[in-house]
Design a protein around this ligand. Structure first.
Ligand code: SF4
Length: 480
């Protein structure tokens, strides 16, 4: 498959199943988030508090991480440091081999995806079973996730039904209703929790004061993956640390509201070490593997704010580009606006420089981000960086400098734009839109160009100033 965003986007735009899945899912997230934040009087203040927690955490990361490690070890667990995805795979496989693992119950873990952990476990002779419903569907389909909260968002019900019929071989049954599909997945996956030797989960946060990992889910599979197997491994990144439980609660308040429009997710789980003497259940061994993978460099760079991300997915739910092409076009575990910044920083592939350009800069991502990450600003910085490495073609530079020259001559600009507007209306033959745009056929393959309606901005602005001057003059519209 192509690694080129433009090629992948074009494929996505002509994929009818994907377009139908995106159309069904997109608006739901936006409406639910809006309704959840309408129910609290102070969501903006909650955002400020969450942002302050992330700033404070990253400013003193070394202290909080050292404390976190100390607390985990005091509780009988072990913290491992993985500089690269290879390190993470080696550490996790080593723990699994030590536990004599054959099967592994896996909860959703972005880091597991980032490090391609499943393939490595399989190559080492183990069977990793995904237990999050979305991830399980994708494991059957052998596809990567397309959304950080709803990984199988791109799949239609009919596709999932076909996957289940093929994989489960349970004979004739009715899988028309979503409930029937979910019930079948529950039956199949439950068995795997009971037989797994190791459970691997991610973590949304790490609380330094008690060495606790926090995991938010809506399916409860994280609890079962962590409690039933004898060994629990948490894979996450070191930047997830927050100082205290109070700080964690400030993140939790904005996380679920921004992600799924819930005040809180169905399960918010806290893991603090292995089973204690008086505990009825829990793992006998507890490991936390913290991945760096260039995050130390991001921390020390102008892009540090990207590490504030709490992985809610709101930016992609509100992004017109993501909503049009879906997550696979980004060819990364991290799609949408957050991925457009994070992927080039983590991977630095030459083709990743297309990602910060996949934005209209409408600013919706920044306006909904619960921790106020200036995503368009960070994308702009990446674009500037790209210009230094690979200057745009001469023709683009000539066009831009011609535009700059024209924009500095208001009278000429006005005359040319009104002539252009007249010409476009002639070409549109009164239909109000153009199906094919001269010199931009590629652009108009997937969309129509709405033609300018009414007076231009400049003439409206002139009129507005005239009206204003009239009202404020002594002979104007006011009463004498
Ligand atoms: S960048 Fe902001 S909106 Fe996007 S996933 Fe991260 S926290 Fe959520």
């Amino acid at each position: 498959m192509s690694h080129n965003f433009i090629v992948r986007s074009q494929e996505a735009l002509t994929n009818e199943q994907l377009q139908s899945a995106l159309a069904k899912a997109g608006g739901g997230f936006v409406a639910r988030r809006q309704s959840a934040i309408d129910q609290v009087p102070d969501f903006e203040q909650m955002r400020d508090q969450a942002q302050a927690v992330r700033q404070k955490s990253l400013a003193n990361l070394d202290i909080y991480l050292a404390y976190f490690e100390q607390q985990v070890e005091a509780a009988g667990g072990k913290v491992h440091w993985a500089r690269s995805p290879e390190d993470l795979r080696r550490i996790v496989i080593g723990i699994c081999q030590q536990a004599g693992a054959r099967t592994i119950a896996k909860g959703k873990s972005m880091v597991g995806e980032e490090a391609h952990l499943n393939a490595a476990l399989e190559a080492a002779g183990m069977i990793p079973w995904e237990t999050d419903l979305g991830e399980y569907i994708l494991q059957l389909a052998q596809e990567p996730p397309s959304h950080i909260v709803a990984p199988a968002l791109h799949k239609t019900k009919a596709e999932i039904e076909a996957l289940f019929r093929n994989a489960h071989q349970l004979g004739e049954r009715d899988l028309q209703e979503v409930k029937a599909i979910v019930d079948e997945a529950r039956d199949v996956i439950r068995e795997r929790f009971l037989t797994a030797d190791v459970g691997i989960t991610g973590a949304n946060m790490l609380i330094a004061e008690t060495g606790t990992a926090v995991l938010v889910t809506n399916e409860g599979n994280g609890d079962l993956s962590s409690c039933l197997p004898k060994t629990h491994i948490i894979t996450t990144t070191f930047d997830r640390v927050v100082p205290t439980w109070e700080d964690a609660s400030k993140i939790i308040r904005v996380l679920a509201r921004s992600a799924t429009g819930q005040p809180i997710t169905s399960y918010t789980s806290f893991f603090s070490g292995p089973k204690g003497e008086n505990d009825h259940d829990g793992p006998e061994a507890f490991h936390v593997v913290l991945l760096d993978n260039h995050r130390s460099e991001i921390l020390a760079s102008d892009y540090r704010e990207m590490l504030h991300c709490i992985r809610c997915g709101a930016c992609m739910n509100h992004c017109p580009v993501y909503q049009a092409v879906g997550g696979h076009a980004y060819d990364s575990v991290y799609p949408g606006p957050m991925g457009a910044v994070l992927s080039p920083l983590l991977r630095g592939y030459p083709q990743d420089y297309e990602l910060p350009n996949a934005s209209s800069f409408c600013g919706r991502c920044e306006s909904v981000c619960p921790v106020r990450i200036p995503l368009p600003g960070l994308m702009r910085k990446l674009r500037e960086q790209e210009r230094q490495v690979a200057p745009p073609p001469r023709v683009n530079r000539t066009l831009l400098s011609s535009f700059a020259w024209l924009a500095s001559k208001p009278a000429l600009y006005r005359r040319l734009t009104s002539a252009g507007s007249w010409l476009l209306h002639k070409l549109g033959r009164g239909k109000g839109r153009l199906h094919k745009v001269p010199l931009a056929r590629g652009w108009s393959q997937q969309r129509e160009l709405p033609l300018p309606q009414g007076a231009s901005f400049q003439s409206q602005w002139e009129q507005h100033l005239k009206d204003k001057a009239k009202k404020s003059s002594p002979q104007g519209g006011g009463r004498g």
